[in-house]
Ligand binder design. Sequence first.
Ligand code: ZN
Ligand code: ZN
Length: 77
Amino acid sequence: MANFYCKCCGIKYTSVSSLTSGSCSKNPEGKKHALYEGSEKSKYVCKFCGIKYTSLSSLCSGSCSKNPTTKKHSPAL
Ligand SMILES: [Zn+2]
Ligand SMILES: [Zn+2]
């Protein structure tokens, strides 16, 4: 079964519809989870600073000095 992740908080869902209907406390642009459109990987890279994490949830929870808007790491696709 495919897994879908929120690019803002890293939470995992098994369907896109349940992901996008769930509320997200970390999405600066809205109140819902936003789909991470990249593929599932063993490592996720922050698109602002290039740091690598092994899970999206730990990437998203770290603060990033190079992200001008949210100050949080944000995954590259
Ligand atoms: Zn989320
Ligand atoms: Zn970063």
